[in-house]
Design a protein around this ligand. Sequence first.
Ligand code: TA6
Length: 279
Amino acid sequence: MASSTSVVVLDRGNNTTCTINLYGATVVSWRVNNQEQLFVSKQAVFDGRKPIRGGIPVVFPQFGPWNYGPQHGFARILRWKLDNTQERLPSGDIEARFSMVDSEFTRTMWNYAFRLTYRLILREKELHFNIGVYNPSRDITFSFNLLLHTYFKVPDVRRCQINGLHGCMFIDKTRDGTIYQEGRECVTVGEWTDRIYQNTPPELIITNVVSGRKMRIEKYNFPDTVVWNPWIDQSKDIADFGDDEFPNMICVESGHVSSPVVLLPGTAFEASQKLQVLV
Ligand code: TA6
């Protein structure tokens, strides 16, 4: 594992790598057989002035607009600590571990002690995520949202299908947050799309990702799935997103966002996601 001041590169060999920016512990690249699986905008900013536009930002403790701090919380705009010295597991997989604890800065927005742990494992065609939230208090309960805001790179979003959401209720943020039920077996994106699907199954499949392959998402303790594409009109309002980039990305985000996690004193919450490129 190579680690400069702010970037960690996991290299499993066989042209399989994963790059994590310590700013937000944002996964900014995941290459399988030397093919990039994640979208990062050409206009993304990496100097800490704003969240990185793309890859896999970590959303905590708030999903969406927040009266006490930045949209999507502070985890994606703060530097995480790289914790592990171990590079290669006995399996040959590569592991990276990160953490974040409360600070004077976080307490100005969210006055709770907390510890986040974030473990990534790079396997041959898989990227595993395990994220833990610990409440060290003896007497204070807190609640939070948690989400992995994954931007998948696709040749043309109009050719993608998301399988597994049929029958799920969803909050449609393009229609004033009205709740609908998904009637389609395969969800497609052909316009501005911003939906929080609730109580979604542990496995989803996205078709026509890079090289026309399928991406399998397997998740635990992430009951919600957010599907987002800004399309052309919304893209124009996003400074760090090119007007012509919307066809080449789809966000399918595993999270616990339509209801907060309530964490009692001295307890922990853990959620995980596995991304797998299907041949
Ligand atoms: O996850 C979808 C979403 O909540 C959209 O509503 C849009 O705001 C997107 O996140 C990007 O948010 P950001 O704060 O990164 O510009």
